[in-house]
Design a protein around this ligand. Structure first.
Ligand code: GLN
Length: 313
């Protein structure tokens, strides 16, 4: 299957924006001080199809920090290096049923990080990035995520410094993983790379193109560059389906029926395999840390464009 016609997709993207612009429920994240300064009114939607077509409404080119959405793409890069079996064993693929920065989830599972979409698993995944030094690993993260986006992504220094200065919980998670032998080497340095990766600046349009690369079997539909293999896309999307929206992944799958990944700055990427991807940006979040308007706009688009992967018609 393909997406509906260009005109129809364009209309629906605009309608998703119009229907949800007035919804002001939820709260901007403030546990990272700099994120509290986000403009809560901002709202952008973009769909990129696997042929490189782009549809945008609202603040689709406004930049924000990628935060947890980076986890999906760093995971894909690591899978591309190490393969299905090793990464599956080391990082896991099961939902924790707990919040993204839960320490309890680690303790209840003998120190295993459980899945790459919670902070513990994401830190364990970043530790596996190729590179002899931390600087090399960071450069590989930045270059890899830029290849998904099809342009050079830059780090937001203010958000990075703000999170790095208040990052005790992620440092504790990394030390706990190290105590169980799940992370080797300098855990503080690994958390620094993780914090940098979360601070890369993207727009809803970038997210749509990054997601469309996963929808397209690993080839960026705009630049035509191969970033990862088709098997890596399949595995990454399976992991997103199970855990991309943390403990709300079941509700998300029930309403939307597509693999997606959220971040605390208000972005969501959602992938329709073989068809394209949606990027949304709206900073007000629900209690699990998922964007309220982003979820609603994505649900509307999944329904009105017939994207639910479980639908038989
Ligand atoms: N950088 C954030 C953190 O580690 C990312 C969390 C998120 O987007 N859910 O807490």
């Amino acid at each position: 299957g393909e997406l509906p016609s260009w005109e129809r997709v364009d209309e629906r993207v605009f309608e998703a924006y119009e229907r949800n612009i007035a919804d002001d429920r939820g709260h901007v994240a403030d546990y990272i001080p700099e994120l509290a300064a986000a403009d809560p009114a901002q709202f952008g939607i973009c769909i990129a199809d696997v042929d490189g077509g782009i549809h945008m409404a609202g603040d689709a080119e406004v930049e924000f920090t990628i935060q947890s959405i980076s986890k999906a793409f760093v995971y894909a890069l690591v899978c591309n290096e190490f393969g299905h079996a090793d990464v599956g064993r080391l990082v896991g693929v099961n939902n924790t049923g707990m919040s993204f920065n839960s320490v309890m989830a680690i303790e209840l599972n003998d120190g295993h990080p459980m899945n790459p979409m919670v902070n513990a698993g994401a830190i364990a995944t970043t530790a596996l990035m190729p590179g002899e030094t931390h600087a090399e690993k960071w450069e590989n993260v930045r270059t890899g995520l830029s290849a998904f986006a099809g342009r050079q992504l830059a780090m937001d220094g203010d958000v990075y410094r703000s999170e790095a200065g208040t990052n005790t919980r992620n440092e504790a998670i990394a030390k706990l993983l190290k105590s169980y032998g799940r992370v080797t080497g300098d855990s503080t340095g690994i958390v620094d790379i993780y914090t940098r990766q979360c601070s890369l600046r993207v727009s809803a349009k970038d997210l749509a193109i990054m997601g469309a690369t996963l929808a397209d079997g690993g080839v960026n539909p705009v630049t035509k560059q191969r970033v990862v293999s088709p098997i890596v896309c399949r595995d990454t999307l399976a992991v997103l389906a199970a855990s991309g929206m943390y403990e709300r992944s079941g509700e998300w799958m029930f309403e939307i029926g597509l693999p997606g990944k959220s971040g605390v700055s208000g972005g969501i990427v959602t992938v329709a395999p073989g068809k394209g991807a949606l990027g949304t940006f709206s900073p007000r979040l629900d209690s699990a840390g998922n964007s309220v308007r982003g979820q609603k706009a994505t649900a509307f688009l999944s329904r009105s464009l017939g994207l639910n992967i479980f639908a038989s018609d």
